[in-house]
Design a protein around this ligand. Structure first.
Ligand SMILES: Cc1cc2nc3c(=O)[nH]c(=O)nc-3n(C[C@H](O)[C@H](O)[C@H](O)COP(=O)(O)O)c2cc1C
Length: 335
């Protein structure tokens, strides 16, 4: 299938501009007017409150103290009922109680085991997030690339952000089509994911080459991929230059998931139905087990506040501790 704009057109140049056929899209126009428009919400020039009243930058910090809090004030007037008042530190009544086994284990991990990590690699500590395959379509051409810089941004309206480097073919596909789909692959597509992230759709038709089966999306032209367990179709709401990437903000137009894989949360039953996670370089993982945390009930919180310490050990340990306390109480009563 011929590619509508291969090689990648210069920023702001619409692939069909010379033919004079389609008008520039809204997002494409923004990139044309100024290559990467600044987000007024974070542009300090538009927010005088952020540049005023600096008592001098703190060491290792570019902005003066309290600037973010001041900047938020006009937008969110303080609610006198919930105004933030730092609570003075109060040593809990149970401070001298023997620490729980969980805390013991946490404390005994020695500091000497810690390593310093380069600032540019800090993002790798957030590794392990699900990888998505971003599919796009524009003027008869289709493309797919893996992405991990993906995050939910808003519940209502449902917005999802995907950060794409301007050098990616996908960047232009999204910028001109103003649509994309996120496909959530499983380990069955492990080698496909790495391959699709190693070659560019600007040079070759990746979907044709890998022969990945696709099916029609409900709301967008981008194809959806078989072999995945979840699909999210998005229309682009906005685009921001964030550092060296463009954050495309997509409004969810449709979403679906495999019944065996998802029941409102990932089931993690069949290993072949678990979403693939990316650890960095060419390492991937799947989640092992779905754990269910205790939901704190008002009565539990009341008891914790009275005791001066939250009881967050596992059930077995709580039972053991209660037994020990009851035993100690009995001993005391016996004198
Ligand atoms: C697992 C994985 C995750 C990636 N995540 C991103 C990402 O979030 N954003 C990005 O711009 N590139 C990301 N990349 C790099 C692109 O997928 C890669 O450059 C790809 O070849 C671009 O394809 P395209 O030019 O056809 O769009 C990732 C690569 C891999 C292997």
């Amino acid at each position: 299938m011929p590619h509508a704009f291969s090689p990648v057109p210069a920023a702001g140049v619409h692939p069909s501009a010379s033919a004079g056929s389609a008008p520039l899209s809204r997002i494409a126009r923004r990139f044309t007017a100024s290559k990467y428009p600044r987000n007024p919400a974070i542009d300090f020039r538009h927010r005088p409150s952020l540049s005023l009243d600096h008592s001098g930058p703190r060491r290792g910090c570019q902005r003066g103290p309290g600037t973010v809090a001041r900047a938020l004030q006009p937008a969110r007037p303080a609610n006198p009922l919930t105004a933030f008042v730092p609570r003075p530190f109060r040593r809990p009544a149970s401070h001298n109680r023997a620490p729980s086994r969980t805390l013991d284990r946490i404390r005994t991990r020695g500091r000497h085991m810690r390593q310093t990590i380069d600032e540019r690699d800090a993002r790798r500590l957030l590794g392990g997030g699900p990888v998505v395959l971003v599919t796009t379509a524009w003027h008869g051409a289709q493309n797919v690339m893996p992405a991990v810089f993906v995050t939910p941004l808003s519940i209502d309206p449902p917005l999802i952000g995907v950060a794409v480097h301007p050098a990616r073919h996908t960047h232009d596909m999204i910028r001109f089509s103003e649509e994309f789909a996120l496909n959530i692959p499983t380990r069955q597509l492990l080698h496909h994911v790495q391959y699709l992230g190693s070659v560019s759709g600007a040079e070759l038709g990746k979907l044709e080459l890998t022969k990945l089966p696709t099916f029609r999306a409900r709301k967008v032209d981008a194809p959806l991929l078989e072999g995945c367990v979840g699909w999210i179709e998005c229309g682009v709401e906005d685009a921001y230059k964030i550092g060296d990437h463009t954050l495309f903000v997509g409004k969810v137009a449709a979403a679906s998931a495999e019944k065996d894989a998802f029941d409102g949360a990932w089931l993690l039953a069949d290993p072949d139905e678990r979403p693939l996670h990316y650890l960095g370089v060419n390492y991937y993982a799947i989640l092992g087990e779905r754990l269910e945390a205790r939901i704190p009930q008002p009565a539990d919180i009341k008891r914790d506040v009275e005791a001066g310490a939250a009881e967050l050990s596992d059930e077995e340990e709580i039972a053991r501790r209660r037994e020990e306390e009851a035993h100690a109480e009995e001993e005391r009563e016996r004198g």
